[in-house]
Design a binder for this molecule. Structure first.
Ligand code: HEM
Length: 420
């Protein structure tokens, strides 16, 4: 890629849902899961077992709340119950003490913290992720990346936007905010998708940057982290240790570099398959906000997140023992017909209502305004440059695949006569 010197073949490998990297997320799963979700919801909001079992997937899975074979699993499929599970962080926790024989639970990053500790740590970074800070992200990282990427392929007839654009924007945005150079960005992606096998590599990359920012802070996210102060259990205020900064960094780099890639692909495919929506977005770039929100409702890239029951309880008519894994199927909740008319249709003209695509409650996606800025800006820039852009009629039609991480297998487009 001109100017960015990224290894395309490696990007293709790292951002291929059907490849090895996503095998434990059910990356090759190619059946439409929504008919099953509807069928389950029609007979009750909560069912025993994990969503992949309901969908007939028998391969290994590794995701939040999985596999944990010693624990009972239940799953919620309607909007009300999923929202309750995600909101009630007293009864439904993101981590619990391990059972005998289980590996220790991850204690890195706010997604795996509960209660007050979660709130205290999340507050440290929240100011960098509020809506008003989107401009900071756009000006520092997103805009340049988008324009360099488009420049690299603007004279081509056809391009797979899934790899050439969608994968790279979020990766270079979040690695850029950590002071990690473009050369190392793909290394970071390889580490955060290795299921924890190569966490040492991230430390090797980040520790020198942490030391440099402690010495001389800059206008970036890693400087925010190294200057952040928390009150410990002993009441003493301390700056985040290198280990704590690394924990934060791992979560942000993982969450920030994978999700938006797939959601942006889903959004582009849906937009290009709906001519009226595409015309409305060409007419008014502000309409892209509706397009993105509808895409997050219609097909959220991460369809399920889990919690552990803190106590015996009843959920949607099902008894849930303490320690059980409770899967909130956000994807099913987002198509609950009691909340949305024609829920299976992608319709960005519908009245917008809160959905669960970014989660709900205390762990609601920290990076959602960054993700929205990446998607609206990236797609807006494409519409600005390529008046005739359309799905490539000679390529196979994109398929949305994946089980616990979902996205298109490709977004092949014809750019239509080059830049305007
Ligand atoms: C379209 C893209 C994205 C989607 C669909 C998405 C989705 C989600 C969801 C559903 C959760 C809640 C998980 C739970 O409740 O267990 C979450 C949490 C989180 N997301 Fe995102 N995310 C996206 C992009 C991003 C980006 C770009 C970043 C960082 C720059 C990010 C950082 C985080 C973090 C740190 C959390 C944990 C928050 C906490 O525990 O308080 N996400 N995300």
């Amino acid at each position: 890629m001109t100017g960015l010197s990224l290894d395309r073949a490696r990007i293709r490998r790292l951002f291929d849902l059907s490849g090895d990297v996503y095998a434990t997320r059910g990356g090759t799963f190619a059946t439409d899961p929504y008919p099953t979700f509807h069928r389950l919801r029609e007979t009750g909001p909560v069912h025993p077992g994990a969503p992949h079992e309901a969908l007939g997937w028998t391969g290994d899975v590794f995701f939040q709340g999985l596999p944990y074979p010693q624990r009972p699993h239940v799953s919620a499929y309607d909007y009300g119950t999923c929202a309750t599970v995600l909101k009630d962080d007293r009864r439904f926790l993101t981590s619990v003490p391990p059972l005998p024989g289980e590996p220790p639970m991850v204690d890195a990053g706010i997604l795996f913290m509960n209660g007050t500790r979660h709130r205290d740590y999340r507050t440290l970074v929240q100011p960098s992720f509020v809506p008003g800070r989107a401009v900071w992200w756009l000006d520092n990282w997103i805009s340049t990346t988008v324009h360099q990427l488009i420049e690299a392929f603007q004279h081509d007839d056809t391009v797979d936007l899934n790899v050439e654009l969608c994968a790279v924007i979020p990766l270079l945005t979040i690695t850029g905010s950590f002071g990690i150079g473009v050369d190392e960005a793909l290394e970071v992606r390889a580490v955060v998708t290795s299921d924890g096998q190569d966490a040492g590599a991230l430390a090797r990359l980040l520790v020198p940057i942490i030391a440099a920012r402690r010495e001389e802070p800059r206008d970036d996210l890693i400087s925010v982290l190294v200057q952040a102060e928390v009150t410990g259990e002993d009441g003493v205020v301390h700056r985040l240790t290198d280990q704590e900064v690394l924990g934060f960094a791992f979560l942000l780099l993982a969450a920030g570099s994978g999700t938006t890639w797939k959601q942006m692909g889903i959004t582009l495919v849906a937009l290009l398959q709906h001519p009226e929506a595409l015309a409305a977005a060409r007419e008014d770039r502000g309409f892209l906000r509706n397009v993105v929100e509808e895409s997050l409702r219609w097909t959220p890239t991460d369809p399920v997140f889990a919690r552990f029951a803190a106590e015996d309880c009843e959920l949607g008519g099902v008894d849930v023992p303490a320690g059980a894994v409770v899967h909130a199927c956000l994807a099913a909740a987002n198509r609950d017909p009691s909340r949305w008319e024609r829920p299976d249709e992608f319709d960005p003209f519908r009245p917008m209502k809160p959905h669960l695509g970014f989660g709900h409650g205390p762990h609601t996606c920290l990076g959602m305004h960054v993700a929205r800025a990446e998607m609206t800006h990236g797609i807006g820039a494409l519409l600005d440059r390529f008046a005739g852009m359309r799905l490539d009629p000679d390529a196979h039609a994109p398929r949305i695949i994946g089980l616990y991480e979902r996205g298109p297998d490709a977004v092949p487009v014809r750019l239509g006569g080059g830049p305007r």
